[in-house]
Every structure is written in C-alpha cells, then in structure tokens.
Design a protein around this ligand. Structure first.
Ligand code: KG4
Ligand code: ZN
Length: 343
C-alpha cells in the first residue's frame, strides 16, 4: 500500500510517499521532501505564524509534486492520504489540510487526519523491516511537546508523563536565545556544548535537574530561569558560552534519561524509543544508549534516522496507514483542523 503524507503544522512544509509491506509489516520511504523555513524565521529568533502560513501556501503544491515524482508514482498509485490535523499553528495546519482535502476529493481516495505527536512516535518505525516488539515506552521530545507514552499495540497510546510547563525543545530554544546563540536553539547549544567536550576541560557549572526523582512528569521552566540568573550574575559569561551550553544541555539530558529509566521500571517494556526534534541531540542519544546497555541490555532501543527526527511527512504517512487499519480514515468532507489534538 502506498500512502502520501502531508505535514505543515509549524515551519516545515513536507510531503512523502511511504510504501507499507502488508505481508511482513515493514515499510520503505520512497520520497521525503522537506522545505524548511528556518532561514526566514531565524532573524526573528522564533517562528512568526503569519510568515509561516504564507510560505506553506507557496510551497505545498511544489513539495507534493516533488514527493510524487521522486517516488516515481502518480496519483493513481496512491492508496491513502494522511495529513497532520493538529496540534500546531492553526494557519500553518490549514494549508496542509485544505490541500489534502482537495486532493482526496479530486483523486477519490480515503484520507486520515494524523496527530502530529503520533507522527513523531511512528518516525521510529520508518524503514524497519518488521514490526516492533510491544509494549513500548516512547520519549517524544520536540519544540512543543515532551511526552512519555506507553504503547501496548498499534494505535494504543497511553500518555504516562508530560511537561508541566515548557517542552524540552523550548528549553533549548529559549536557553540559546539567552546565550545569543542562533535559532533553532537545540542544534546551536549542541554544537557549542560539543566544542566544550572536545576541549577536554571540566566544568564548574551545575544546573538544577527539576523533578528528576519525582514521578514521570517534566518541568523545564525553573532550569531556564536558573540559566537566566547565572548569566545575569556572571560578567564574563560570553567568554564561557560553550561551557554554559554544555552544563545546561547536561541538565536537560540527565532529566530526560532518568525519566525513561523510571518508566522502564514501572512499565517493563520490550522496546524503548526516542523521537521528536530533540532526539537529534547527540548527547541524549549516547546517554540513553549507554544507560540502557548498562542497566537493561535485553531491551531494544529504536532511534529514528536523523532525517526523520525533526518534522517530516514520512512519519505522518506511516501513522496514517495504521490509523486507516484501525478504521480511522474519513471522507474528505469530515476532515477538520484540531489545534489542540491530544494523543
Ligand atoms: O519535532 P520538531 O522539528 O518540531 C516540533 O514538533 O516542535 O522539533 C523542533 C525542536 C526545536 O526546539 C529544536 O531546537 C530541537 O527540536 N532540536 C534539537 C536538536 N535539533 C533540533 N534539540 C537539541 N539538540 C538538537 N540537535
Ligand atoms: Zn514535530
């Protein structure tokens, strides 16, 4: 079965064709086109919704055309459409949804409205040859969300932990802004922190690890404030940016990894997965990998390929396939935007 996925919930316009092998449960990404708006929003230090919406309108059809042509398929070969219906920026979501609805109507195909976070969860299953071993614990860390999910089977999500304030990606983005680093903050902090690691020096800075031993929920706003106060007190902070980036990143990574270990103890999964934009973070990947091989060597760890960590439409196409199997596809007339779509 071939699925066309469409994603436009924030500042990436994306389309992808994914083919699912319905006999073995594996899948292949035939194309994965992403038009990023980072360079447009960079000078403002964050996403400007009106600018994002205008760019989506300009890019959506060329991006879909390219995804079809790179996959060497025409509309007749597409069996299903999947589009992100939320959560996200309403004016961004609408471009993808209205385009997908029109295509579903003209091509006469079924369509599924996909939850963006479910999409990130399915990103870990992309390019796999077989189905994963359930149950799973999934840590989804993005610019807007920080969730721990227990997944007993396809389409069976239980949110077992979430952030009480800022998302992990937001902590990276806002922290980077305080340190005058570029947007998006995650890659900028990660790069600066890496410079410190490579220097071989040891750091005297220590940031709080909020809620680290308290249940499965997260909180990052206190950590952000702590960075602000430290920078205000230190006249020479700009000479120590890489050290600040390193210590700040260590605090975020330590909390994320500790929560996954707590969830493993409580839920006894067979597989652990990391997903979302922050899962591109090298230190987070390495720390989780080494803690799991030390404490839970029998567990399988799934981490998506870098190309599937930040927003993309391949994850939306695969999520749409499983939702369709679960009878969640709709006639195009019934597909609506769901800004606060919860899992
Ligand atoms: O999943 P995503 O592309 O969009 C949302 O759904 O929010 O995630 C974007 C977030 C941003 O906050 C960005 O700073 C963060 O992912 N990010 C990273 C890295 N690459 C992207 N955070 C830490 N380290 C990275 N290497
Ligand atoms: Zn995302």
């Amino acid at each position: 079965m071939k699925i066309l996925g469409i994603e436009s919930s924030c500042d990436e316009t994306a389309a992808s064709v994914v083919e699912v092998d319905e006999v073995n449960g594996g899948n292949k990404t035939l194309s994965n086109v992403i038009s990023s708006q980072i360079s447009i929003h960079q000078k403002y230090g964050g996403v400007i919704p009106e600018l994002a919406a205008r760019e989506h309108v300009l890019n959506i059809l060329p991006v879909i055309n390219e995804a079809l042509s790179l996959a060497k398929v025409n509309p007749n070969n597409i069996d299903l459409l999947g589009v992100t219906t939320g959560p996200g920026l309403i004016t961004s979501l609408i471009s993808g949804i209205e385009t997908a609805r029109s295509l579903a109507a003209v091509w006469n195909k079924p369509i599924v409205g996909v939850n963006h976070i479910a999409g990130h969860i399915y990103s870990g299953f992309l390019e796999q040859k077989t189905a994963p071993q359930f149950p799973l614990i999934i840590l989804t860390v993005s610019g807007g969300h920080t969730n721990l999910v227990f997944m007993k089977n396809w389409e069976d999500f239980e949110v077992i932990g979430e952030t009480l304030d800022d998302a992990a990606g937001e902590a990276f983005d806002k922290g980077a802004k305080m340190m005058n680093l570029a947007y998006p903050g995650g890659p900028a902090i990660s790069q600066a922190a890496n410079d410190f690691i490579v220097s071989g020096k040891s750091s005297s800075l220590e940031f709080p690890r909020p809620l680290i031993n308290k249940g499965l929920n997260f909180s990052f706003s206190g950590l952000k404030t702590s960075l602000l106060y430290r920078l205000q007190k230190d006249k020479n902070w700009s000479k120590r940016i890489s050290e600040y980036a390193f210590a700040y990143q260590e605090a975020i990574v330590d909390v994320l990894v500790a929560k996954v270990l707590t969830a493993i103890k409580k839920y006894q999964p067979q597989t652990v997965m990391l997903s979302g934009g922050v899962s591109a973070n090298f230190r987070l990947r390495e720390s989780l990998r080494s803690k799991l091989s030390e404490k839970h060597p029998g567990l399988t760890l799934l981490i998506p390929d870098f190309s599937f960590t930040t927003d993309n439409a391949a994850m939306i196409a695969l999520a749409a396939y499983y939702a369709h199997q679960n009878n969640q596809s709709k006639a195009w007339q019934n597909l609506k935007v769901k800004v606060n779509f919860s899992l």
